[in-house]
Design a binder for this molecule. Structure first.
Ligand code: UT7
Length: 331
């Protein structure tokens, strides 16, 4: 498969942060429980800024670093499950803020695996020649749908955005994206419906839990998602590596979705790789859904840790349930 070149990266993390101790003030939890069970110490929270605005800041930085003008972008792919509008898309809002006036924009919902899915789509546009430069923007205000009375989920999530400008490259590239939609009820957030005088029948949801759960709040069966993740992540990495034509051991770096450090540790162990071979920043940011992976990539790039010739593998999973990995050579 034709490869990709990362022309520029960006990120935006809100300055407000909440510590584990802050949560212990209003739910029955402790710094000790959160740290040992998840690896999270702090998470940043949007306060006075919207999802598309965080995405715009990240995108500006990525364009600056790429030295690409907004008008030179052929496609904007947004990933979010916590956008400000159902319509217009977050990508349209970001593109508008960037001053773009003639560009296709689309949002992609693959929950926390959104960035990996977006990269898969982007590579296909680049390989076909339909786009030369693509802006991917992953921005999430997960805290807008967190139930702050549910201690098992509220401590996990934070807000932030990551962005990347990509072009066609010469190195290898392979993806594996998949999903197990039988797990749809494991993580969900329901949207509202208008009061219509024509809608007289009660709609039937997939299961009674979905029927009764409050609108707008995220439900998550953490244990089942955990079990799914620790098998899906290594599976995706193995398949993507094989498609790239390398062994898992030949991957220089794994960049995993930052949901729980114990999930990452278990996945790395199953892959037979040491923890030093993966990048984690969950302690500071918590789970920012689809923004996790591009934020990691931005930090790695700024630290000069993405060197030409390196083979890296991004791997994510999330609501759907979906998962996927993208293995490629840095060029
Ligand atoms: O981005 C993808 C979406 N999310 C995820 O990937 C999350 C995946 N799941 C997880 O990370 C973990 O399952 C959790 C962090 C959600 C939970 O950790 P766990 O080690 O699986 O704990 P558990 O659910 O088995 O709960 C163990 C105990 C329970 O108490 P009892 O029933 O044993 O008395 C929970 O009520 O820990 C309790 N607990 C807490 N205690 C203190 C749950 N949350 C907390 C908390 N503080 N925040």
């Amino acid at each position: 498969m034709a490869g990709i070149t990362i022309l520029g990266c960006g990120m935006y993390i809100p300055s407000d942060l909440a510590t584990n101790e802050d949560f212990a003030k209003f739910v029955d939890t402790s710094d000790e429980w959160i740290t040992t069970r998840t690896g999270i110490k702090t998470r940043h929270m949007a306060n006075g800024i919207l999802t598309y605005q965080m995405g715009t800041e990240a995108a500006k930085q990525a364009l600056r670093e790429a030295d690409v003008a907004a008008g030179e972008i052929d496609l904007v792919i947004g990933t979010t499950v916590t956008g400000d509008f159902l319509t217009p898309s977050m990508s349209c809002m970001v593109a508008g803020e960037l001053g773009m006036t003639e560009v296709p924009c689309m949002d992609l919902n693959a929950a926390c695996a959104g960035f990996v899915y977006a990269l898969d789509v982007a590579q296909k546009y680049l390989a076909s020649g339909d786009a030369k430069r693509i802006l991917i923007v992953s921005s999430e205000m997960v805290t807008r749908m967190v139930d702050y009375t549910d201690r098992s989920t509220c401590v996990l999530f934070g807000d932030g955005a990551g962005a990347m400008v990509v072009a066609k490259g010469e190195g290898g590239f392979a993806t594996y994206i998949s999903g197990d939609p039988s797990g749809a009820e494991k993580i969900f957030t329901k949207l509202s419906m208008s009061d219509s005088p024509f809608r007289t029948k009660t709609p039937q949801w997939k299961n009674p839990l979905m029927q009764d759960y409050p609108l707008g709040l995220m439900y998550m069966d953490g244990n089942d998602v955990y079990k799914f993740a620790v098998s899906a992540m290594p599976r995706a990495v193995e398949i993507a590596a094989k498609r790239l034509g390398v062994t898992v051991n030949q991957l220089d770096l794994i960049v995993p979705h930052q949901a729980n450090v114990r999930i990452v540790q278990t996945a790395m162990k199953k892959l037979g790789l040491p923890m030093e071979r993966c990048y984690c920043n969950i302690d500071e940011y918590g789970n920012t859904s689809s923004a996790c992976i591009p934020v990691c990539l931005n930090e790695l790039r700024q630290a000069g840790r993405l060197k030409p010739g390196m083979k890296i593998c991004l791997v994510g999973f999330g609501a759907g349930l979906v998962y996927g990995a993208a293995a490629f050579e840095i060029c």
